[in-house]
Design a protein around this ligand. Structure first.
Ligand SMILES: Cc1cc2nc3c(=O)[nH]c(=O)nc-3n(C[C@H](O)[C@H](O)[C@H](O)COP(=O)(O)OP(=O)(O)OC[C@H]3O[C@@H](n4cnc5c(N)ncnc54)[C@H](O)[C@@H]3O)c2cc1C
Length: 248
């Protein structure tokens, strides 16, 4: 079975986020980039499905050349080959259009995305890809089994789980649960060396419009400093909980 795993190149979760150009652009200075964590679960699941059923795992990123270390990491983890669509990922519709073009030109049984990227948190790309390719789509997946051309998908719903059936090819938006955290694969030295030789195809973007444009970004207000209260001063504690924290 041939699986396409879409990977988003995102700032490490510990990054300090800043903006430039009068808060209209993300400042990538000094930022370490990683594979979007939701996509790591999808990649590991794809590798497990390949091990059980045969086939190939291709990773795809829409991004400039600076995303290649992230793509190589996915190859080091075990993907067979990679495609980079050579364009800045400036909006969900643009990104989805590029992914859909690759999907239509190839013969994938399954397209795995993350439920959302942890940078812009759009949560739109996977659904748009499915719509553009006229494929079934299930998001927030925490389990996936494939039997021939049928998939059984487990998804998280408020306070419970839902099981669905769909026919392949389909698009899945996954998260932790597709595989457990302990099963995530870390690239070893052999994987890193092999990744250098694996094919990374760079393709030029298709014509696609950008349908949204960010106007500005704003960081959350800085947290107030911690107030230390003397252990014998319960009265002050109660008053602050009432007037400042408004917790009582
Ligand atoms: C320079 C720059 C300018 C931008 N300007 C704007 C703007 O003006 N307006 C705006 O709305 N957004 C802007 N963005 C953000 C851009 O829209 C997002 O990168 C893009 O929409 C996808 O992110 P998302 O959070 O919507 O993805 P989601 O829908 O949250 O991602 C879900 C899944 O889709 C897949 N996916 C997402 N992105 C990619 C990718 N690039 N390659 C492969 N798979 C992917 C992954 O599997 C991911 O887990 C800008 C980004 C950059 C870098």
């Amino acid at each position: 079975m041939n699986i396409l795993v879409c990977i988003s190149h995102v700032p490490d979760t510990t990054s300090k986020i800043n903006f430039t150009d009068n808060n209209t652009a993300f400042d990538s200075n000094g930022i370490q980039f990683v594979i979007n964590p939701y996509d790591e679960f999808g990649l590991t699941k794809a590798l497990m499905l390949k091990e059980a059923n045969g086939g190939t795992v291709t990773v795809l990123n829409v991004g400039p050349a600076s995303t290649e270390p992230t793509i190589r990491k996915a190859l080091a983890i075990g993907a067979d080959n990679a495609i980079r669509v050579n364009a800045e990922a400036t909006d969900a519709y643009f990104v989805a259009s590029q992914i859909a073009k690759v999907v239509k030109e190839n013969n994938y049984d399954l397209v795995i995305c993350g439920q959302e990227s942890i940078d812009y948190n759009g949560g739109q790309v996977a659904g748009m890809v499915a719509a553009l390719c006229e494929m079934p789509f299930v998001n927030v997946c925490i389990g996936l089994d494939v039997d021939g051309s049928n998939a059984t998908v487990l998804r998280e719903i408020d306070g419970g789980k839902e099981e669905l059936k769909a026919s392949l090819p389909m698009v899945v938006g996954g998260k932790k649960g597709l595989v457990e955290e302990k099963d995530l694969r870390i690239p070893n030295m052999r994987g890193i060396m092999m990744a250098r030789q694996k094919p990374l195809q760079v393709v030029e973007p298709a014509d696609a419009e950008q349908r949204t444009a960010a106007v500005s970004y704003e960081k959350p207000a800085a947290k107030a400093a911690v107030k230390m209260i003397d252990k014998d001063n319960v009265e002050e504690l109660v008053q602050l909980l009432h007037t400042e924290a408004k917790a009582i």
